[in-house]
Design a protein around this ligand. Structure first.
Ligand code: ADP
Length: 625
């Protein structure tokens, strides 16, 4: 029975784009299909490790040509796909960024061409060269095979098929040779493409090739790729293009890597490898703290992908390969974890990454800032996770600051510190509102620079009271920067207002709105332009910390806060007058002052309707005065 199924709409659109594009580099279709075949072989090999029934097989990728039918097929004896997997992986695109890609490609052929070149187009690239694409696949451990067949319209057909062993065969029905004269059935064309894009593939890519002997042509299997591990070849012999292809194969990332680092350790433990810093994070890097890791090879044999033990959690954005000569091939995952060789590899890989980042920050600042924008908030987790290297990590951290638009290091901050500064002032909160926080007002008056920190982990860094190069990181929200003299004067000023303030304080404290929220209301000279702000109460927890706790899934009851009012502000003055005159309307404005302070902390107003109404009423009273 043959079923007709529709491609998911993004998939259909991407396909249409591929087919109608005039993309000049059509050769990449082979790279994509070989890459899929190679992944499928890796997966099958891994299955074989835990199930001896599957262990015995000779992995191979085979290219086969049929000149009469004008077909080229790419077969593997890898893991294969079930019917559902074909529907989910081939009929659907789950790749993040597809929608954006399609939107950006628009209708402009030039833009489309550029974007196709960058976007990992995967299986669909087959449609750039084929009029019709067939795929027959049989999943490891199952008896049935399935045939996918499509000409790249909105639908494809799916039917039961026969296949002697597990694996996948993709058959491309090539059209007539195009204007460029390139024929993908030509032996030398295929050889060249494999050499260029897939030489490092570890599995043999085999094709029947022609041999002339005594004027007679015969055919024999030849392996087209050298299968040499790219990290084992001298750097001078590998082109940048090959490294990029390898990165692409490894990560499926369509962008070029931001940075490449070679590992080459010889000594008591010897290992080699390549590390890459990507340009931008993938979505799951943030969603899943266990994502990432490096591929582990032992003596050139692929052992596993995404091995997180090779790298500390907070460096999980680094991609790459580590290949060791000093580990036994058949070691179990449990033993591997405890092997002292692993510890050595992990430590020296980590050192290498620190070194690379330091060099980048010193001599390629733009690149480093780009790295930081993508991965800084993951790297910073190291301050909490890796106490041994706190100094090094803090040295590499970049922060936003009141002194400049861009990024600053802590060392740069220190070089700008003014006399009278007791440490490095930091304010945590939401990025969009930090710069307008009332808590910065006294600092800016004194010309003190404050670091603006908006990542969840910043809260912990500041709460931990870290020090950097002898200077403590101080929470600006909790630090008094007044001199003794100023403090005395302020105290006196507030004392003088005490009597005027008492009725308002009483009204506020006794109001039903305030009772559950605040532990005290007091006048403060810390603000210059704002009427009110919230301070964390004794032993209290800041709003950001509350968010953090909730984000980590902890039930969290926020502590009560202290509402501080600015006696210089006309609104506060007016409310004091009203309360003093026995006008109870003043109490209605407690929620407004509270909520606007909350907004500035990045909190949300509990009841926006009431907030807006009271705000208008407050304006009216203020205008009456
Ligand atoms: P990508 O390889 O970037 O994930 P593709 O469109 O090329 O995107 O492939 C989608 C998915 O289809 C793959 O992730 C894989 O799960 C499956 N797939 C493709 N080709 C094969 C194959 N030869 N053997 C097994 N699975 C395959």
């Amino acid at each position: 029975m043959t079923e007709k199924l529709y491609f998911q709409s993004e998939a259909a659109e991407l396909l249409r784009l591929m087919i109608h594009s005039v993309y000049s580099n059509r050769d990449i279709f082979l790279r994509e299909l070989i890459s899929n075949a190679s992944d499928a072989l890796d997966k099958r090999r891994i299955e074989g490790l835990s199930n001896s029934e599957y262990a015995d097989f000779s992995p191979q990728i085979r290219l086969a040509r049929d000149a009469e039918r004008r077909t080229l097929s790419i077969s593997d004896n890898g893991i294969g796909m079930t019917r559902d997997e074909i529907v989910n992986y081939i009929g659907t695109i789950a790749k993040s960024g597809t929608r954006e890609f399609l939107a950006a490609a628009g209708k402009d052929p030039k833009a489309q061409e550029q974007l196709i070149g960058q976007f990992g187009v995967g299986f669909y690239s087959a449609f750039m060269v084929a009029e019709r694409v067939e795929l027959v696949s049989r999943k490891l451990g199952t008896g049935e095979a399935w045939r996918f067949d499509s000409t790249g319209d909105e639908f494809y057909s799916l039917s039961e098929a026969e296949r002697a062993e597990c694996g996948t065969t993709v058959t491309l029905h090539l059209g007539p040779v195009g204007e460029d004269g390139k024929d993908y059935l030509d032996e030398w064309t295929l050889r060249e493409i494999v050499k260029k894009y897939s030489d490092f593939i570890a599995w043999p890519i085999v094709m029947q090739c022609s041999q002339w002997k005594d004027g007679k042509e015969s055919f024999e299997d030849q392996t087209l790729n050298s299968r040499k591990a790219i990290w084992a070849r001298p750097e001078s012999e590998v082109s940048e293009e090959e490294y990029k292809e390898f990165y692409r194969h490894l990560t499926h990332d369509w962008r070029e890597p931001l940075k490449r680092v070679m590992l080459n350790a010889e000594g008591s433990v010897s290992f080699r490898g390549i590390l890459f810093l990507p340009q931008e994070p993938t979505l799951d890097l943030f969603m899943n703290p266990k994502s990432g890791g490096l591929s582990l090879y032992i003596k050139r044999v692929f052992i596993m992908n995404d091995y997180e033990e090779l790298i500390p959690d907070y460096m999980r954005f680094v991609r790459g390969v580590v290949d060791s000569e000093d580990l036994p091939l058949n070691i179990s995952r449990e033993l591997l974890q405890e092997d002292p060789v692993m510890r050595v590899i992990r430590r020296s890989t980590q050192r290498k990454i620190f070194g690379t980042l330091r060099k980048m920050s010193e001599s390629e600042r733009d690149k480093y800032e780009k790295f930081w924008e993508g991965f800084g908030r993951i790297f910073k987790e190291g301050v909490v996770q890796d106490r041994e290297h706190v100094e090094t990590i803090l040295e590499l951290c970049l922060f936003r600051s009141t002194a400049l638009e861009g990024w600053t290091t802590l060392a740069e901050y220190k070089s700008r510190m003014k006399e009278g500064q007791e440490g490095i002032y930091c304010l945590c909160g939401k990025e969009a509102i930090l710069r307008s926080s009332p808590k910065l007002e006294t600092f800016s008056e004194k010309g003190f620079e404050v670091l603006l920190m908006s990542d969840p982990v910043d809260e912990l860094i500041v709460a931990n009271r870290e020090t950097f190069d002898g200077s403590p990181l101080l929470n600006a929200a909790l630090t008094d920067i007044e001199t003794e003299e100023e403090r005395k004067r302020a105290d006196e000023a507030i004392k003088a207002l005490e009597e005027d303030f008492a009725p308002l304080k009483k009204l506020f404290l006794e109001s039903d709105f305030m009772k559950p929220l605040i532990s005290d209301v007091r006048l403060s000279t810390r603000m210059k332009a704002s009427p009110s702000c919230l301070q964390d109460g004794e032993g209290g927890v800041s709003i950001q910390m509350e968010h953090l706790m909730r984000a980590m899934g902890r039930e969290f009851e926020g502590g009560k806060r202290v509402l501080e009012l600015n006696p210089e502000h006309p609104v506060v003055r007016r409310l004091m007058e009203l309360a003093h005159a026995g006008d109870d309307r003043a109490v209605d404005f407690a929620p407004v002052l509270y909520d606007q302070a909350l907004l500035l902390e990045g909190g949300t107003v509990s009841d926006p309707g009431t907030f807006a109404k009271k705000l208008s009423a407050l304006l009216e009273i203020a205008l009456e005065a």
